[in-house]
Design a binder for this molecule. Sequence first.
Ligand code: SF4
Length: 398
Amino acid sequence: MKHARYSASGSKRWINCPASLKAEEDYADKFPTEENTSIYALEGTACHELLERVFDEESTLGVPADANNYLGEIITVEGTDFTVNDEMVDSVNSFVKYVKDIYTPDTSKVAYASEMRVSFDDIADGGFGTCDFFLYDGVTNAVHVIDLKYGRGVKEDATANSQLSLYAWGIWRYIKENKPEMADISKFVLHIVQPRIDNYSRYEISAKDMLRFSQHIKSAVAKTQDKKAPRFAGEHCRFCKAKSDCWTYKNSIESMTMMSFGAVPDANAIDVPKLSDEEKVALLDNIDKIKELEKCYRDHLFNRLRGGDTIKGVKMITSKKNKKWNDTAIPLLVSKYGNDVLKEPVLVLRPVSEVKRIVGDDVEEYRHIPKGMPVLALDSEPGEPMDTTQDLGFKKLN
Ligand code: SF4
């Protein structure tokens, strides 16, 4: 899939950290980020694919489409299969219901499109994105931009949301060029629908403020093109491809953690104060940031090792797995010892200790240790290094 340099989904990053676009160039597709490649990201894409199918099936907004029609179907995203499950169906149906609730039932004054590619390259070179749903309401002269977020990790907010504002700008531009009779828009309404955490966020922006926003984008784009563009760390670093090598990001986490302790007292003083509850809470607040930093370095080093690099101090080992019953254990044990070995009413085996009591000690022939996954470890940690020149069962990176 082709990604725009000035993408709507990455806009928070290039607006807030002008140097990030240049910094990310070195990483291009070599080290894919979680934003596009994690199983959660792919699952989100599958859910959007379902949304598209549901809207394709629907002929008018008055005829409800039901995602239940697709329950159990397989949607393949970049080689990974996802089965449409209840959670996906509920999310898409919630989105459809949300759209219907804001729609004015005067079909002569309504226009809409789902999964529409919108271009905003008049304010950001080559900029485009895909808008989940837009709705033009001719009764209130409003354009609604509605975005489905399938993730549950981060609560998304529509307030002054640059991604949705760029979609809105692109839609306005499209309307001006193709439907000038509809172009007298008085307001844009940005919506985020995040059904899995019951988050529905809405923000209105006037046409005048949308024009101001377009100027803000032009100046943000100009800053990214400055050779001396500065780096600024923040929430937007989360999916930056350059973060594993970025001092600004590392320093920001370090100083946040230091700040959470406040002034460090002289630990040798006689009346050293106890660590306060506030200090403990503040530190807990920052632990997620430190974990994010750890994950960033682990992922980066892991990707390098699996790409065939040798890095002093780390190795790839096989993760430890607990013993499991063999696939044939149930029929073999039931035929020899009867249904007592099963957990009622579910047809699975009882815990090992209980099965041992029923059949005697010798159950190991029915069990095996599953093959572990390759994981990163420090050289000082136990575990034989894997031979990374062998086929490890995953795609080699360039
Ligand atoms: S990690 Fe953060 S500070 Fe560093 S380049 Fe990326 S966005 Fe900028």
